[in-house]
Design a protein around this ligand. Structure first.
Ligand SMILES: [Fe+2]
Length: 374
């Protein structure tokens, strides 16, 4: 390991992770690893895919991030792939974003708060006509799988299935932890930072439990979460979050789009090279527009899953739907191992896969309960 930095979270950091759903670890990755990754990005051929490049995966596999995650979360497969999150500096655009709003109209540097594991089909760039059913059909037929209707075989442009399971009761892929490794100076807001909805994990978990109680269908198209928003300006926006989660974070200070709708304000992860942000997988988050950066924003993103969810399967470290293959292929599970039920359980019990958080979760949740009783 090449790091003189931290190799475990302090109790104070774990309390931050408990309450906020993410924690920034200063200097988790050494300068030499950061330099190697930056150099590799600089030397990349146009269009070259660096996802599996050792200079990227070493940011977890050879840094302090691995012992930190082992301690706080548990065992996981060393990532063999990553998402190379490079965002060029740009001005707000007039295109419709995935929420169906014009990019330039969205507050908070255009962040589109979402949970990972959700299908995305590229947003239509004209106002859609027809009934809701017609728009839905046309939208999902426009994806890479063609016109399959409503089906677990439908894949998005983001390579995420429309449903995880054959019965279409689980519309979100899931893992355990995000790791965002920062490779450039992002201490000033508006440089393309990863933006997170502080405390959103608690509300998300409560929402999943509620969906579970209703009919066991989790994610979009489950109770309280229509998949598309036909009131969006292009009449075909993704409901990346259900109304009830959004509403929990809306007050008079929130900025509006021109239609008068208010949006939750995310927190930008202000980091510098070598910092790593560790977050709960289902915390609402997004990138943001790099308007003010002096260079492209460079975050290398890993999706890590506690090995105990599916010990017999290897997760690559990039997929947001590891219960299926990358291209949506069906994996084999031994008799008695229902991957969809395991994932639903993890979604409704978010600390189950954070083995090193048990004491802190007990202490902090007891305090919160006392606060309510008082
Ligand atoms: Fe995401």
């Amino acid at each position: 390991m090449d790091s003189a930095g931290p190799v475990a979270l302090s109790d104070a950091q774990k309390r931050t992770l408990y309450h906020d759903g993410f924690v920034i670890v200063k200097g988790a990755v050494s300068e030499s690893l950061v330099d190697a990754a930056r150099a590799r990005i600089r030397s990349a051929e146009r269009g070259e895919n660096l996802s599996s490049d050792k200079a990227m995966t070493d940011l977890v596999n050879a840094s302090g991030v691995t012992p930190i995650l082992h301690e706080v979360m548990g065992n996981f497969d060393p990532p063999s792939a990553s998402q190379v999150g490079v965002l060029k500096k740009r001005a707000p655009g007039t295109h419709y974003n995935n929420l169906g709003y014009r990019d330039c109209d969205m507050p908070y540097y255009g962040s589109q708060l979402h949970m990972d594991g959700n299908i995305t089909i590229t947003s239509p760039q004209s106002v859609q006509e027809g009934t809701a059913a017609e728009i839905y059909r046309r939208h999902f037929a426009a994806g890479p799988s063609g016109d399959l209707g409503r089906s677990p075989l439908v894949m998005g442009h983001n390579m995420t299935p429309m449903f995880q399971d054959p019965e279409m009761t689980l519309a979100l892929g899931s893992f355990t932890a995000f790791v965002f490794v920062c490779l450039n100076d992002q201490r000033e807001p508006g440089c393309g930072q990863t933006s997170l909805l502080k405390g959103g994990h608690h509300v998300s978990e409560r929402f999943f439990r509620w969906q579970m109680e209703q009919n066991g269908h989790l994610g979009p198209e489950g109770p309280g979460w229509p998949r598309l928003n036909h009131d969006a300006p292009n009449r075909c926006g993704m409901n990346y979050l259900p109304e009830s989660i959004l509403n929990a974070f809306i007050d008079d200070s929130c900025e509006r789009t021109p239609d008068g709708r208010r949006w939750p304000k995310p927190t930008q992860a202000l980091m510098e090279p070598g910092d790593a942000c560790i977050a709960m997988w289902h915390i609402p988050h997004d990138a943001s527009r790099n308007e003010n950066g002096t260079e492209s924003r460079k975050n290398i993103i890993f999706r890590v899953r506690n090995k105990k969810r599916q010990p017999a399967h290897v997760a690559t470290g990039v997929s947001d739907h590891p219960d299926r293959g990358w291209k949506g292929d069906w994996l084999e599970y031994e008799p008695g191992n229902n991957p969809w039920e395991r994932s639903k359980f993890a979604m409704c019990n978010m600390w189950h896969e954070w083995d090193g958080m048990t004491r802190i979760v007990a202490e902090e949740s007891a305090q919160s309960t006392q606060g309510l009783i008082r």
